[in-house]
Design a protein around this ligand. Structure first.
Ligand SMILES: [Mg+2]
Length: 230
């Protein structure tokens, strides 16, 4: 059995920036500042990494930033759940079609590998009912950096489906350079989708095994799973 791990923002959905205001409010509530949030590059970062970068950048000692993570998370997901408008969430091209096709196969397991805190990912995916495709995932609750999430995902897959999932039998699908980097760091192949905020050239330079404009064409994905599209 092989494993396909999907990122959320920019890969499956575009939430129209709806997490930004609740995130900023939670940071201000806990640390009294959201730091340099306006210039911050969010793409591919985990939620805890964003908190630590913005808080320490504003002079909060790292230990204090780490100690505040749980409170920021709780405030953020509570505010997100309250303010979230599912009608503003855009499903990215061919996502449902692709997930349906993969979910129908008995030889594949689907999971999430996302920097979102788990509850945030649930809220974002629920807008289009995508949560049903993913029996497990690795989240921002698990590690501070995306780089460290693949082993968590492989272990969760083992716990959920039994058997051992090897890196060479796994594929990571994501829209940022950090998705590609975290795959490469663990000997996992990556399919980069240019549906997020990172230009295609940068994804190619990061070393994505294949790069597609969107998930409309299944050929690259099937090839990375060791199959021809025919
Ligand atoms: Mg993303």
């Amino acid at each position: 059995m092989r494993l396909v791990l999907f990122d959320v923002d920019g890969t499956l959905v575009d939430c129209a920036g709806q997490s930004r205001a609740p995130f900023e409010a939670a940071l201000v509530e806990v640390f009294g500042t959201a730091g340099e949030i306006d210039g911050y590059e969010f793409s591919g970062k985990t939620d805890p990494r964003i908190v630590i970068d913005l808080a320490t950048g504003a002079g909060v000692p790292e230990g204090e930033a780490l100690a505040g993570l749980g409170r920021v998370r709780d405030l953020y997901v509570e505010r997100l759940a309250r303010a979230f408008d599912p009608s503003r969430v855009r499903l990215l091209p061919a996502v449902v079609e692709r997930l349906e096709a993969l979910a129908a196969r008995a030889d594949l397991a689907l999971g999430l590998l996302t920097g979102n805190w788990e509850r945030g990912a649930e809220i974002k995916l629920a807008a289009h009912g995508l949560g049903r495709y993913f029996a497990f995932g690795a989240f921002g609750d698990d590690r501070i950096d995306r780089h460290d999430l693949p082993p968590v995902a492989l272990e969760r897959a083992r716990a959920r489906f039994g058997g051992r999932f090897r890196p060479e039998e796994t594929l990571i699908v994501g829209d940022s350079e950090l998705d590609v980097h975290c795959a490469r760091a663990h000997g996992i192949r990556s399919l980069a989708v240019a549906t997020g905020w990172t230009r295609a050239e940068r994804l190619a330079q990061a070393g994505a095994d294949r790069l597609v404009a969107d998930l409309g064409d299944p050929a690259a994905l099937l090839e990375l799973l060791g199959e021809s599209a025919a």
